[in-house]
Design a protein around this ligand. Sequence first.
Ligand code: HEM
Length: 466
Amino acid sequence: ELDRIPHPPHRLPLLGDLVGASRRTPVQDSMRFARQLGPVFRRRVFGHEFVFVWGAGLAADMADESRFAKHVGLGIANLRPVVGDALFTAYNHEPNWQLAHDVLAPGFSRDAMAAYHPMMLDVAARLTDHWDRALTAGRSVDVAGDMTRLTLETIARTGFGHDFASFERSRPHPFVTAMVGTLSHAQRLNTVPAPLTPLLLRRASRRNAADIAYLNRTVDDLVRARRAAHHDGEGGDGGDLLDRMLRTAHPETGERLSAQNVRRQVVTFLVAGHETTSGALSFALHYLSRHPEVAARARAEVDRVWGDAAVPGYEQVARLRYVRRVLDESLRLWPTAPAFAREARQDTVLGGTHPMRRGAWALVLTPMLHRDPEVWGPDAERFDPDRFDAQAVRARAPHTFKPFGTGARACIGRQFALHEATLVLGLLLRRYDLRPDPDYRLRVTERLTLMPEGLRLHLEHRTPAH
Ligand code: HEM
């Protein structure tokens, strides 16, 4: 069934398609292969054959929930030892998925988001204090590092009432270091034949075990403190994610999350809730700094919608339509969770041409889906937020823009991420002129997620609007 799917020309015995591939950049290598091989292709790594889909027609077919479902494989499966059956990594049949989904979904409702808004503003003020100091001192800022500080503090504060004090540290919080270690390790495991991992990755595996232990310890402390607060009759007021996990029974079954599952969910949310949003903000700031005309238009919108308000209200964030397009366009070119996997629920034929057995699966390679010239035109590589104006979006086929995945297992934090990122872009545009380093060329680093590498910006007080 795979015979008709093209693969790279230089296939090595045993090793597979390693020519022209690096362990550090599996996504960008796949993007290159995609351009050579077309809308569906396969790569073999140590005897395992992986199918990649990125043509818009095929990807839309895979979005059909009656025939396809999420597949937990590759990088995500490699995270199972850390987070097991928590939301992101649960197999579809595991009962804890539905339970946790139903218990936590209200934590992402409109009301919940409105309650997070003032906390998001507090955290954003710590970022602008930090950037004001850099500006005064004439220092450039480390964009990805600071966006990670911001998004980690935001999810920790809104979800768990916790403060990592990221802005008071010159180096990343050890939680972030351990997380990056774990994500990188999960990616690395795909590049070594499983039987050889004990041999080839012995040191790395030991370090990974220490990283996981650190993540768990951090979370256990946090949960213990909250349980103690509950015991003393405190907390539970705002109904943040942690309160929901510890106190909410399923509305129909009355079931609750086990202590082990709570730990896995907290780790999941602390990681999933900040790493990808940080990348999205960083790419958006890169493009804003490179496209002054886009930045000017976005800022004019912020001024119009927010006026003289010292801080924007909740409703005023969703009204930043153009800023949101900048974000969408950044997520189009660099969807920071760059692939998701889909498996056939029954024997089926993908796109009417590729037979798939029940359980067979393929990866949707989002950065290439988002550049399919049939959908996005011959200039698909060009940054242009107007691709997301209402009319253009209406004219486009469905399932062509998928930065948050698809179907029942799509991102639960989508609105959270969009609100946070739009708010922060608005605040930064209102306050600073962003000047790029003219010699910088975008480099993208991979650790399951995508992130600009070495991106620094110079800040200036904004020039007054005319
Ligand atoms: C799932 C992307 C922000 C929590 C996903 C998936 C994608 C994604 C592609 C589906 C993965 C798959 O099909 O295997 C993103 C991007 C974000 C973002 C690009 C930011 C720009 C967030 C935030 C949170 C979050 C802020 C939490 C506050 C989750 C969880 C899942 C998920 C828990 C698993 C959902 C389930 O299977 O039930 N995300 N995400 N994400 N995301 Fe996000």
